[in-house]
Design a protein around this ligand. Structure first.
Ligand code: GLU
Length: 438
């Protein structure tokens, strides 16, 4: 248990290195850097609302199982709560709280009219049939029927969730509402009001941020090598965009392990994906295969891959991957956080001493929620934008966010993460003051 040291007495129930605690330590660092109003700190150090559920599911076998589920509505000072839903065996309240907090910061970084939220169901979706997955998603939606909605809280995909699952939520929520309400979620299928470009938005946006960083440090993308941890939707689209610009992906890992291209030539990500998919899909959408099935590369563990030499390390899987235990061994001079929270607070300090630049999640992966915002606006106003329109608007938003953060980083000599938080905190403070909350 942690007590007293950060003045966060109300959180003593959490373990010393809980993810939420690590997120609050980031907040505290930024709060000190910008001399944050005490009232704003008080409001932002805990979530507004926590919804905790036990969802029963009658399995195809007839056996009943109960699944833990959450929705944390962290803060809505700037607009409706916004954030994804993840399906993962390690999902926990602590994790969902941290993720909901980061959504609050991320939406403010991108200057979107949203607050922050996150949801999760603790399960391994690969062990369920498609029918079971649909049933559970629908009962989660029914349980949250009064808590979510186009103007209150708008979920989206996150780890192990996708457009198909969002489609089930649209259907269930619309049936309960008695009218078609596609704007209740983003990241849904095109046929239900989804947006062109949303699927690739996080990965493409992440690459765009990397290009901005390379420009600042005057490094040629064609001379840049990347090691990528995670080949889900985000990692895949990042790699596709990287290849277009001549950046070489020399290593990649998924949950089963990694592969590394010793020759430094670079991998064809579609070829790697095809091998991963060749063993079939479970529950209709999860690959049974792995990048490790590609036998023309050096195979190594997921942990080893993080420590391989490269110019940019891109963790695009889960939080807590670079910690005080392995930070010292990281060789990449730049880390681009495409996952949420892959570098812990303690690791940040070690990486900083090693002069490794960490491009924070709240900027690097903000393309996803910016894409979501474009989808939501189209739903609310009946617009229909092309992929080019969506991606170019997203790039504008990300470019503005990047410039504000880079300026704070240079002028105030802040780490990029702290600079991003400082930019976001100013906006949150303005909204909280505008409402009279503080
Ligand atoms: N799950 C994504 C994230 O962590 C997207 C959230 C959204 O679009 O609401 O940023």
């Amino acid at each position: 248990m942690r007590k007293g040291s950060t003045g966060l007495g109300s959180f003593v129930v959490f373990k010393y290195m809980s993810i939420f605690q690590s997120a609050l330590d980031q907040l505290k660092t930024a709060a000190q850097a910008c001399n944050l109003d005490k009232g704003v700190w008080e409001v932002l150090k805990s979530p507004q609302r926590i919804i905790q559920l036990s969802l029963p599911l009658k399995r195809d076998s007839g056996v009943v199982e109960v699944f833990e589920a959450y929705r944390v509505q962290y803060n809505n000072a700037r607009g409706p709560f916004k954030g994804g839903i993840r399906f993962h065996p390690e999902a926990s309240l602590d994790e969902v709280m941290a993720l909901a907090f980061w959504m609050t910061i991320k939406c403010a970084v991108a200057d979107l009219p949203y607050g922050g939220a996150k949801g999760g169901i603790k399960l391994d979706p690969k062990t369920l049939s498609e029918h079971e997955l649909e049933h559970l998603t629908r009962s989660y939606t029914r349980a949250l029927r009064s808590d979510i909605g186009p103007k209150t809280d708008i979920p989206a995909p996150d780890v192990n969730t996708n457009a198909k699952i969002m489609g089930w939520i649209v259907d269930e929520f619309s049936n309960l509402s008695g009218e078609f309400k596609p704007a209740v979620v983003t990241g849904k299928p095109l046929s239900l009001g989804g947006s062109e470009g949303r699927e690739r938005a996080t990965g493409t946006g992440g690459f765009y941020i990397l290009l901005e960083v390379l420009k600042k440090i005057k490094k040629d993308p064609k001379e840049t090598t990347v090691v990528l941890q995670g080949l889900g939707n985000v990692g895949y689209w990042f790699a596709k965009e990287a290849a277009k610009h001549g950046v070489k992906i020399i290593g990649v890992a998924d949950s089963k392990g990694g592969i590394y291209d010793k020759r430094g030539v670079g991998m064809d990500i579609d070829e790697v994906m095809a091998t991963k998919k060749s063993k079939g899909l479970s529950a209709g959408c999860y690959c049974n295969g792995s990048v490790c099935d590609c036998n023309n590369y050096q195979s190594l563990s997921n942990e080893e891959l993080l420590e391989m030499p490269c110019d940019v390390l891109v963790p695009a899987a889960l939080e807590g991957q670079i910690t005080r235990d392995n930070a010292e061994r990281i060789k990449a001079p730049i880390i681009l956080e495409l996952a949420n929270g892959p570098v812990t607070f303690e690791a940040d300090e070690i990486l900083n001493k090693k002069e490794i630049m960490v491009v924070p999640d709240v900027l690097a992966n903000a393309g996803g929620v910016v894409g979501s915002y474009m989808e939501w606006v189209q739903n609310l106003y009946g617009y229909s934008w092309t992929e080019d329109e969506v991606i170019s608007r997203m790039k504008d938003k990300l470019g503005t966010a990047f410039n504000a953060i880079w300026q704070a980083h240079q002028e105030k000599k802040l780490l990029l993460r702290t600079a991003a938080f400082v930019v976001a905190l100013k906006r949150l403070e303005d909204s909280l003051k505008g409402r009279g909350t503080v």
